[in-house]
Design a protein around this ligand. Structure first.
Ligand code: MN
Length: 217
């Protein structure tokens, strides 16, 4: 599944199963953490988004991308719930799809080259990405994103806000809400983020990058 598939989803939204077993990300993320994160937190965003849209038939054919790209054109009373819950749906599906069992994956393809070009090296990129994730105050996300020319950058978003989808293609997300790590790591966010790098599904990230610059296979 790619970001494009996620963003094409429409009402009624369904809980996507994890693309791996609940113990697939051990030791970085344990089963209990994934069960709570996927089965409780993520599911709540899906349920809440469906509840909001159930009362607005005129919004039910809009894709997740359309709902999240121009929130200010939506009816005033649904803007905040769609921002929070629609963002929560996209961010979590994208996050879960971006990980795989930690078996020594490394950046590949044009994305690996772009990381070298835009950050100097994988290690320098990792340092900056980690800094963005660890320093995000409160609840939110750190992202690797690409612009349409293929230039990479690292951004942070607050709460369940998504990156500006008119400007960027998301490539990789790291969830730094406490619910993503607290059961296992308590307050040690940096340790969780360090482990997250071992979980990155670089094949998926490389495919997203190729789509972003328009030379998708
Ligand atoms: Mn989360």
């Amino acid at each position: 599944m790619t970001a494009e598939n996620i963003l094409a989803e429409t009402y009624p939204f369904v809980v996507r199963p994890l693309p791996y077993e609940y113990d697939a990300l051990v030791p970085v993320l344990d089963e209990e953490t994934l069960h709570f994160h996927h089965d409780k937190h993520y599911k709540t965003y899906v349920d809440n988004l469906n509840n909001v849209l159930s009362e607005y038939p005129e919004l039910q054919n809009m894709s997740l991308k359309e709902l999240l790209s121009d929130i200010e054109v939506l009816p005033a009373q649904v803007q905040t719930p769609i921002r929070n819950n629609g963002g929560g749906v996209f961010n979590h599906e994208f996050y879960f799809e971006s990980m795989k069992n930690p078996v020594g994956q490394i950046p590949e393809g044009a994305l690996a080259e772009a990381i070298e070009k835009d950050f100097g090296s994988y290690e320098k990129w990792k340092e900056q990405m980690k800094q963005a994730a660890v320093s995000k105050f409160g609840s939110g996300w750190a992202w690797l994103v690409s612009d349409p020319q293929g230039e990479l950058s690292i951004i942070q978003t607050a709460n369940q806000d998504v990156p500006d989808l008119n400007e960027f293609t998301p490539i990789l997300p790291v969830d730094v809400w406490e619910h993503a790590y607290y059961l296992q790591y308590q307050n040690r966010r940096a340790e969780y983020v360090e482990g997250w790098f071992d979980l990155i599904n670089w094949k998926k990230a490389a495919g997203r990058y190729e789509s972003a610059v328009g030379n998708s296979k």
